[in-house]
Design a binder for this molecule. Structure first.
Ligand code: FES
Ligand SMILES: [Fe+2]
Length: 452
């Protein structure tokens, strides 16, 4: 293995002679690659319902596989290999039928599960259609997104039905945005809360209304859970004795939720909920597509600056998430999209020099590597477990507590606050919404009197 060198003294660019290659075992997602096999053990969003509405098949690429997604005339969604099993014409030019789709070239007719229903040019007694199938994957349409499972049928997990998909008063608007880079780069952005201090605060000025306190460096704690990581950051700003905590969900392999958008965190609050549920789906090794929902709600988004009409295909209603800004604007006010896409089509991890702010990224990579190995060894991996109510508990959201500064060691105190509040949130995670908020408030006040 090549030795990695960094410049270690001023004007030492010459020291870096090696052209290091990306760690392909970790980053390549095609069929029969290590990470590709791992990713194929999960449901992924692959399209928006709105794409299917004109009644035409849509060609997509997911995990380096060319596919076609469509809604047949009886309303069912199909995801098939794009190239016809007969002689490989693309089904994106096929004709949608009551059941399934018919290839334009010689009329072979496929059901949504890949069964060949008809081979009209073949003799009546032809057995071809009983011998083979068109490649197909199970699909599920949910709240405006189309999800697909591309792994071995016998290992198909339950669809991850999160409690955040059913919050009363939340309107979920789907959206999707392309990035010209490996899926892991954008994914890692979701477990790096320190970038908010700089990218969204100190460098260009606050980019998100209501989150101006992000200028302060937080205390951050990560905690592993079944099938994921829950982490929180806490910080003070000014002299108001308020501790602002933000909880994030990271659910393997590519699903994240964070706190509330367009809110005001200037008074105590026990249990805010997320404003974003989002996946980063790999298209191929060097392209990815975010699919998710913006949660519009009255409870947390008190500033009312969200915009439903700016959420959808290639757009979302907060700053810096897409390619569609001028180069001048990207340079003068770079956002998340510039950060992860400028790491290159496929970041070279060996060339990075990780610091203390990268604890989350390091944890994520080590958990991913472990599970990638386990899947490739035929071993089981940790999975999200639904509670008795059938939903997976999640914690993305904000909590604000009134707590005097600890004059001895406030960062250590903030760490204790995170641990304590995380325990409370997790303990109450499976309760029905009203009771959940009540118990969280009561338990936090029992630990920290008058905090709320
Ligand atoms: S290529 Fe599709 S039916 Fe011949
Ligand atoms: Fe960000």
């Amino acid at each position: 293995m090549k030795e990695v060198r960094w410049a270690t003294r001023p004007y030492d660019g010459y020291a870096i002679r090696e052209t290091l290659q990306p760690d392909v075992d970790f980053l390549e997602v095609g069929p029969a690659t290590m990470t590709g096999e791992y990713l194929r053990r999960f449901w992924h969003p692959v399209a928006m319902s709105a794409q299917l509405d004109p009644g035409k098949p849509v060609a997509i690429t997911i995990l380096c596989e060319d596919l076609v997604v469509f809604r047949d005339l009886s309303g069912r969604v199909g995801v098939l290999h794009k190239h016809c099993a007969h002689r490989r014409a693309s089904l994106e030019f096929g004709r949608i039928e009551e059941h399934g789709i018919r290839c334009c070239y010689h009329g072979w007719h496929f059901d949504i599960d890949g069964t060949i229903l008809e081979t009209p040019g073949e003799p009546e007694d032809s057995q071809i259609r009983h011998r083979i199938c068109q490649g197909a994957y199970p699909a599920k349409e949910f709240k405006g997104l189309i999800f697909c499972y591309m792994g071995p049928p016998e290992e198909m997990p339950e669809f991850p039905h999160l409690d955040s998909m059913e919050i009363e008063g939340h309107e979920l608007i789907p959206y999707s945005i392309h990035s010209p880079n490996n899926w892991l780069q954008e994914t890692e952005n979701a477990i790096d809360p320190f970038h908010s201090v700089f990218l969204h605060g100190r460098i260009s000025g606050p980019q998100f209304p209501g989150l101006e306190h992000f200028l302060e460096l937080p205390v951050v704690k990560y905690r592993e859970r079944d099938g994921g990581i829950v982490y929180a950051h806490a910080r003070r700003s000014g002299s108001d004795n308020l501790v602002r905590l933000r909880f994030h969900d990271y659910l393997f392999p590519n699903l994240a939720q964070n706190g509330g958008m367009f809110q005001v965190m200037d008074s105590p609050k026990a249990f805010g909920r997320t404003s974003l549920t989002k996946w980063v789906t790999p298209i191929d090794d060097i392209n990815s597509r975010k699919f998710g929902w913006r949660h519009f709600n009255d409870a947390d988004e008190v500033l009312r600056q969200g915009s439903r009409k700016n959420v959808g295909w290639e757009k979302v209603d907060f700053y810096g998430q897409t390619a569609h800004r001028s180069y001048e604007e990207k340079q003068s006010n770079p956002g998340d999209w510039e950060a992860w896409s400028s790491q290159g089509a496929m970041n070279v991890h060996k060339r990075e020099y990780l610091g203390t702010t990268d604890e989350g990224v390091a944890l994520l990579r080590s958990r991913l590597r472990r599970d990638i190995r386990r899947v490739n060894q035929g071993k089981p991996i940790n999975r999200l477990t639904p509670s008795n109510n059938g939903l997976i508990s999640t914690y993305g959201g904000d909590t604000v507590l009134r707590l005097a500064k600890d004059s001895e060691n406030d960062p250590a105190f903030l760490g204790l606050v995170i641990d304590t509040v995380t325990d409370v949130h997790i303990k109450a995670g499976a309760l029905e919404a009203g009771e959940r908020a009540e118990i969280i408030q009561r338990e936090i006040n029992a630990k920290f009197p008058d905090a709320i």
